[in-house]
Design a protein around this ligand. Structure first.
Ligand code: FAD
Length: 392
């Protein structure tokens, strides 16, 4: 039999697309279970969208490409879907929406909706090759060939190879004449030479972090291998090998000027107080002790001139570090880059090179910030392709 649509990838994008295509739809996935990344995301509660989703929350070579799909399927469209299914949700912080209960509720919802429209989901099935014979797509699988008029690539990016992530969509895109924008790990912890931050491992504090391209204000987490936490994951998507990032460690203390005023006042009241002890009132004491040799923090408050106190506050507000690298695809939440958007129609996600061929979700060169934006892109691009296919 010839299917109307074959979707490769039963992840976030593939499953939502299957709820839209109608006709005879087959979803293939080489994994044992559908929607594995949904299941593990957001600590098992899935940060499924962000209520403040804006085009500026996405990276990609074309800064406008994603606008069309996002304008036709926004955060509230997905929320409405959950409300209708009785799946409760809440805002955690910064507009990030999570399930109250379990992320698997979303997987179950999408699978049952896809099946209700007649879609067939075939798991444990890898695709060995794809060709277009001029009329239909012919896919070779270990269970024999399957054919379809429309083919959707929803196989995600390279992040977390242990979970079966592959560069499959990029290979197929190249086969059909598409360009691939350089891929790199995104939303990923920074690494530093062995053990640099080991003494601080587990310590977290609110910071501002920036480089020439972006700026974020969230929490930083010290780890055995380096730096992590939402602030670092965010800036990692804007970072290149060899570059440094600047961190304002005083961001949680209202602002750096207040710290200076407080230190000056305290110098007057209790000049014999140790500088590091005093700084420990504002920042984690462990961090102050760790930074003391690097920033030359020593002596009593009375020993510090106004200029010196200002220098100290500036140094804490502009702590510059140069990561040696990132943890790579092993732990990256997303893959930056991917199928170049110049080869895709932004309204339908269809290939400009091959009629009936679509690319959706993470494999496309559209990457969201941390905070539910990547699922939102998966839903929106899947809706765009699925509705376009249904209308064929
Ligand atoms: P995926 O969900 O990765 O689905 C791709 C599917 O294709 C998989 O089922 C895979 O098995 C299948 N596949 C791959 N290659 C082949 C092949 N060759 N043949 C057959 N099948 C194949 N984003 C958020 O917005 N909020 C979060 O809370 C969040 N948390 C995350 C936590 C972690 C640990 C990770 C790794 C990512 C997280 N993300 C989050 C990112 C989000 O999971 C992805 O952006 C999203 O899943 C992309 O959807 P997708 O459908 O394009 O790809």
């Amino acid at each position: 039999m010839i299917y109307d649509t074959i979707i490769i990838g039963a992840g976030a994008a593939g499953l939502l697309c299957a709820t839209r295509t109608g006709g005879r739809t087959l979803v293939l996935d080489h994994a044992k279970r559908p929607g594995e990344k949904i299941r593990i995301s957001g600590g098992g509660r899935c940060n499924f969208t962000n209520m403040y989703c804006e085009p500026g929350n996405f990276l990609g070579q074309n800064r406008h490409f994603h606008k069309s799909a996002l304008s036709r399927f926004g955060p509230w469209d997905f929320v409405a879907k959950l409300d209708q299914a009785g799946i409760n949700w809440h805002e955690k912080t910064l507009g990030q929406l999570f399930c109250d209960d379990k992320a698997t509720q979303i997987v179950e919802l999408l699978v049952s909706e896809a099946k209700a429209t007649g879609a067939e989901i075939r798991l444990n099935c890898s695709v060995q090759s794809i060709a277009h014979d001029g009329q239909v797509f012919v896919l070779t699988t270990p269970h024999g060939p399957v054919q379809a008029h429309a083919l959707v690539l929803a196989t995600g990016g390279k992040s977390i190879p242990k979970m079966g992530a592959t560069g499959f969509a990029y290979d197929i895109a190249r086969q059909f004449g598409h360009e691939i924008t350089e891929t790199r790990p995104g939303l990923v912890p920074f690494t530093f030479p062995e053990g640099r931050f080991a003494p601080l491992s587990g310590l977290s504090l609110p910071v501002r972090v920036w480089n020439a391209r972006a700026r974020f204000e969230e929490a930083l987490l010290f780890t055995h291998r380096g730096l992590s936490g939402p602030a670092i994951l965010q800036i990692s998507s804007y970072w290149r090998e060899g570059e440094s990032v600047t961190i304002d460690l005083t961001a949680g203390i209202s602002d750096g000027r207040d710290l200076l005023t407080a230190l000056r006042d305290q110098r007057q009241r209790a000049g014999r107080r140790n500088l590091t002890t005093e700084l420990g009132q504002f920042l984690p004491a462990k961090l102050v002790d760790f930074l003391a040799p690097e920033l030359g923090l020593s002596g009593n408050l009375a020993d510090q001139s106004d200029t010196r106190l200002r220098e100290i506050c500036d140094a804490l507000a502009n702590w510059t570090v140069t990561p040696s690298g990132t943890e790579g695809y092993r732990t990256a939440e997303v893959t930056l880059g991917g199928v170049a958007t110049s080869g895709l129609d932004s309204k339908t996600m269809m290939s400009k090179h091959q009629d009936g061929l679509y690319f959706i979700g993470e494999c496309v060169d559209v990457t969201g910030w941390l905070g539910g934006f990547n699922f939102q892109w998966a839903w929106a691009s899947a809706h765009a392709a699925g509705t376009a296919i249904a209308a064929r």
